[in-house]
Design a protein around this ligand. Structure first.
Ligand code: GFB
Length: 399
């Protein structure tokens, strides 16, 4: 019987520990749907939401990443920790996986009949019959990815709360205090936003939070394995070529914009390093090859002991493998890409390259740039600075 007592003892310890791990935060929680854009946009929003949660002193519920697959009508929700570790985030602020929150705490903290959706102002439903002028609503689950996102955790809302004119700029105002005054944690245990409580692109001050986003062991290992087994020994340059049809269309907005998507990362948040121009968005094949060769030459001169042996290309569409291989053949440099499309593994490998050339306007490139900045790894952008300006400054470079 002794062994039975022991078994009961260990099981009760286990249960106690599990519950302790999921103790209720009396300061409340923040939940949101990463309902805008694909990974790069969601990552920008994530950093802002993390800063927002910290400023309000509420635990951030880590949402799954929202993905869109060709031919599928509904978004897929991929658990946050598939790609990134939870623990390093805890160093900055309290966070909990959405699945853990829903499984272990929601019944007590956020009962089904008290779930209110937060939006700035009324959001009209696409289904006219749902819009009642006497009862404005967030329609938080209307459309894709909104519905599938909350459905993943069987969340329905029983009401709407319009938080306007409050905003999310906790870095430049005392708005956090206003949120706390308006929404006390005992009455509003969970602020559940229809979209991220953050701006896009990520604010300058929140860029450094990237260092708490650490790749999961699976991706770290896969990146290391690819670099070790596929690339030749020696330094490699990572390239991001954003050139799919959606991008071609997006670049048409260049002519009537001051900034586009992630462009503040090279132009500066107040355009202090220049205005937008077409090649920044869509560099020509010739200029890509020219800039790559120039980068290789510069690395040869500045780091003769760590010669570039290969190039790794990530792209959403055209990797230019034949053109690049041809252009670099006399330099004995090989050109590589992943055998199968994997946006996350591409990112993880780009983050590890010795040098990186990305697209200044792409938030996907911006993710890589921020990660590399946290490690002090060098990054550059296609066609930046502007070719003319670069040539003008050339005599200085050579001095
Ligand atoms: O990440 P994202 O918001 O970056 O969206 P941008 C681009 C998506 O395209 C990525 C795929 O999430 C990937 O799924 N993609 C882009 C890639 N580059 C690569 C790559 O090198 N490798 C692989 N495997 N996949 C903008 C958005 O995208 O595009 C705007 O910010 C808008 O909201 C515009 O939609 C058209 O910032 O580049």
């Amino acid at each position: 019987m002794q062994w039975l007592k022991l078994l009961i003892y260990f099981i009760s310890i286990l249960i106690l520990n599990t519950n302790a791990e999921f103790e209720r935060d009396p300061n409340g929680y923040i939940a949101y749907c990463p309902c805008m854009g694909r990974f790069g946009n969601q990552a920008d929003h994530f950093l802002g939401s993390l800063a927002f949660a910290q400023a309000l002193n509420r635990t951030l519920i880590l949402p799954p990443w929202v993905e869109y697959r060709k031919g599928e009508m509904r978004s897929r929700q991929v658990p946050f920790d598939t790609y990134f570790e939870v623990e390093p985030l805890q160093e900055f602020h309290r966070v909990i996986l959405m699945s853990d929150f829903m499984e272990h705490l929601a019944d007590e903290v956020w009962p089904a009949n008290e779930r209110i959706a937060f939006c700035y102002m009324e959001r009209k439903s696409l289904q006219q019959e749902k819009n009642n002028p006497d009862e404005p609503n967030c329609h938080a689950k209307d459309g894709n990815p909104f519905g599938p996102f909350w459905d993943t955790y069987s969340i329905d809302f029983v009401g709407s709360e319009f938080y306007g004119p409050l905003h999310f700029d906790v870095r430049h105002s005392s708005i956090a205090t206003k949120w706390q005054e308006n929404y006390k944690a005992d009455k509003w245990p969970v602020l559940a936003f229809t979209g991220a409580p953050a701006s896009f692109p990520v604010q300058l001050e929140n860029r450094e939070l990237q260092r708490y986003l650490v790749w999961s062991p699976k991706y770290r290992e896969a990146a290391r394995e690819f670099i070790r087994t596929v690339l030749p020994r020696g330094a490699f340059i990572g390239l991001h070529l954003r050139n799919g049809i959606d991008w071609v269309r997006a670049c048409e907005h260049i002519k009537d914009s001051q900034q586009l998507f992630a462009s503040p990362q090279c132009l500066g948040y107040k355009n202090e390093r220049g205005e937008l121009y077409q090649e920044l968005c869509m560099p020509t094949k010739e200029s890509i090859i020219r800039q790559l060769k120039r980068t290789i030459k510069n690395v040869r001169q500045s780091q003769p002991k760590n010669e570039v042996k290969s190039v790794f290309v990530a792209s959403d569409s055209n990797h230019m493998i034949a053109e690049l291989t041809n252009a670099l053949s006399r330099m004995d440099i090989s050109v590589h890409k992943l055998p199968e499309d994997d946006p996350y593994l591409d990112l993880a490998i780009l983050g590890q390259s010795n040098h990186f050339i990305g697209n200044c306007i792409s938030s996907y490139s911006a993710f890589v740039k921020r990660e590399r900045d946290t490690h002090g790894f060098p990054s550059y952008f296609w066609s930046f600075p502007k070719e003319k300006e670069r040539q003008q400054s050339k005599p200085h470079e050579e001095l």
